[in-house]
Design a protein around this ligand. Structure first.
Ligand code: 5GP
Ligand code: ZN
Length: 121
């Protein structure tokens, strides 16, 4: 059985206890639109199991982590991003500004996304 944290916002979206604009769901992975999008397409792809961050990743998670990339590719095609490109981001911990401690992949696209990271002058 998939492990959920009842306190976790994303676990609650996955289990339907909180509303979410779900774009995709299967036994391993759920994808839903970010509540505060920073690009025309901003979808979060998450494992159904509560993995807090990349810092908690173990070899047993490799199947679901790999599957997240297949879902990302399928959603990029479905949402019209594949041809012109898109960015996948996984923030981890304080320096990356991770806010929700349920591992998630941001799928961003629909406009030119600029440099990968703002340079310090
Ligand atoms: P992080 O900074 O942890 O990588 O990103 C967390 C993301 O989750 C943010 O882009 C934020 O807008 C989004 N988010 C936070 N709370 C909710 C929510 O309740 N529903 C949805 N759909 N997205 C959320
Ligand atoms: Zn969770």
């Amino acid at each position: 059985m998939t492990h959920h944290d009842p306190e976790c916002i994303f676990c609650q979206i996955i289990t339907g206890k909180l509303p979410g604009k779900i774009e995709y769901h299967d036994e391993q992975v759920t994808a839903f639109h970010d509540i505060n999008p920073i690009a025309p397409v901003h979808v979060l792809i998450v494992p159904n199991a509560h993995i807090p961050s990349v810092n908690a990743v173990e070899p047993e998670h490799e199947a679901v982590l790999g599957h997240m990339f297949t879902v990302a590719r399928e959603l990029a095609e479905k949402l019209g991003l594949a041809e012109r490109g898109y960015r996948l981001i996984v923030n981890t911990g304080e320096h990356a500004g991770q806010v929700i401690f349920h591992l998630h992949m941001h799928l961003l696209g629909g406009r030119s996304l600029g440099p990968m990271l703002a340079r310090r002058s």
